[in-house]
Design a protein. Structure first.
Length: 444
């Protein structure tokens, strides 16, 4: 509860943090109801019903707010809506809302039905009958309140227990500090299974300097204390939707294999080479692998939801496993890729970066009906005619290639601009392209 008072975000997402106040409110309501029943006073009973109604209404509102926060986070990280909706929180909010309405109805009925407090048959029994009625009423009220308090306390206990030391869950000190930050706790704290399940995003990038590190976990050279090497424990974060480990020293992705809600994963500039644990992740949409040691992307053929993939500055040469994938944006810049024929089956591609690869013939890409941006700068393309049949490309980067004639580009039906940095300004075709309304850039 202390963290909830200090942090507005914790106040929203940690429903259990307010359990002590809820129990206190129910205790006050029980005392008021018992007092009203024993003293035959309508006012305390009415106040008790109002306290219960207000507590239940606030609980329902907080549950709805928490559900909204979860939904926004999960949708942000591309988790499908069917998996993102927190049905458990919505159900609890519904129950709390019904409780608030019932308590409010009771408050109204108390005012209407207890003008004289006691029924006529009880009044006819004299003082002894009134005392017996008061006792029975008090027992009934107290019993109901006790049952409600026990139910709330049991729910709170279920959400909070059992607890484990975070150090036992996440052995890696740097990763543990990152997880503790996401939990709003200290690295040496004890946490519940429910608290771990509440973590939706985890951002643990290293302080890497790509120019100095060469893109292989360089953050460990810059700041060893922030270096994540072991991902053990992340398998316990069953609702994790987004994970950023850029610049860290991780190599084993096995703990990620069971994260069924993971939609975005950033492993840029890490020494990761084996993608096997990622095969079959059901909702992975965005994967950043640039600057890694990945040379085999076969496991990604088992990730049909993948849409955004970065493989720049990797030793990758074979893109065959990506044939027929649903990727829409693909970065292969600085790789060893020379044969782009397999990509002809990736018909959803809209943006493709092959700059500084080893491509000679990009003509198979003419089979891509949605491709609008193509970057083949710094390759081995000598014949511009290999690009002439690209149907939808409106943005083309062709500089630093051994091209001697750009006139074939006039046949590209959608071309709006071409960058030819590094080419001879006198290359045939430049005046004709400009005359056709195509922007030609990159010339000194």
């Amino acid at each position: 509860m202390r963290l909830a008072l200090l942090s507005p975000r914790t106040a929203v997402v940690s429903v259990g943090a307010w359990a002590p106040l809820g129990l206190a409110a129910l205790g006050v309501a029980a005392a008021l109801a018992a007092t009203g029943a024993l003293r035959r006073r309508r006012g305390p009973v009415l106040a008790a019903a109002v306290v219960v109604a207000a507590s239940a209404a606030l609980t329902a509102l907080q549950l709805l707010a928490r559900a909204a926060v979860d939904l926004v986070v999960l949708v942000r990280y591309d988790v499908p809506p069917a998996s993102a909706v927190p049905w458990d929180l919505l159900l609890c909010a519904l129950v709390a809302g019904v409780a608030a309405v019932v308590a409010l109805v009771v408050a109204v009925r108390v005012r209407v039905l207890l003008p004289d407090w006691l029924p006529a048959r009880v009044l006819a029994q004299g003082p002894a009958g009134r005392r017996r009625y008061a006792r029975r009423t008090a027992v009934a009220w107290c019993s109901g309140i006790v049952v409600l308090v026990l139910a709330v306390a049991g729910t709170a206990a279920w959400r909070a227990a059992p607890r484990e030391a975070l150090a036992d869950v996440v052995p890696d000190a740097a990763l543990r500090a990152c997880v503790a930050t996401a939990l709003g706790a200290d690295p040496d704290a004890s946490v519940s299974e429910r608290a771990l399940a509440d973590v939706r995003t985890l951002e643990c990038p290293g302080a890497f300097v790509p120019e100095a590190s060469g893109g292989a976990g360089g953050g460990c050279d810059v700041d060893p204390d922030r270096c994540v090497r072991d991902l053990t424990g992340l398998e316990r974060l069953g609702n994790l939707a987004g994970l950023d480990l850029a610049g860290q020293a991780v190599t084993d992705l096995a703990p990620l294999a069971g994260l069924e809600k993971l939609g975005t994963l950033t492993l840029t500039d890490t020494p990761v080479a084996d993608l096997g644990p990622l095969a079959g992740l059901p909702v992975l949409v965005d994967l950043g692998l640039s600057g890694t040691a990945v040379h085999d992307v076969t496991p990604l053929a088992s990730v049909p939801t993948l849409r955004f993939l970065g493989l720049a500055r990797t030793p990758l040469a074979d893109v065959g496993p990506l044939a027929g994938s649903g990727v829409v944006e693909l970065d292969l810049s600085g790789t060893r890729v020379s044969d782009v024929a397999p990509l002809a089956a990736a018909t959803g591609l809209t943006r493709l970066d092959l700059s500084r690869a080893q491509v000679v013939d990009p003509s198979p890409l003419a089979a891509l009906p949605a491709l609008t941006m193509l970057n083949v700068r710094g390759n081995r393309v000598a014949d511009a005619a290999t690009l002439a049949d690209l149907p939808a490309v409106d943005e083309l980067w062709l500089g630093e290639n051994p091209v001697t004639d750009l006139r074939p580009l006039l046949r590209m039906p959608s071309l709006l601009g071409v960058d030819v940095e590094g080419l001879d300004p006198a290359t045939p075709g430049i005046p004709e392209l400009r005359a056709a309304g195509v922007h030609v850039g990159g010339l000194a």
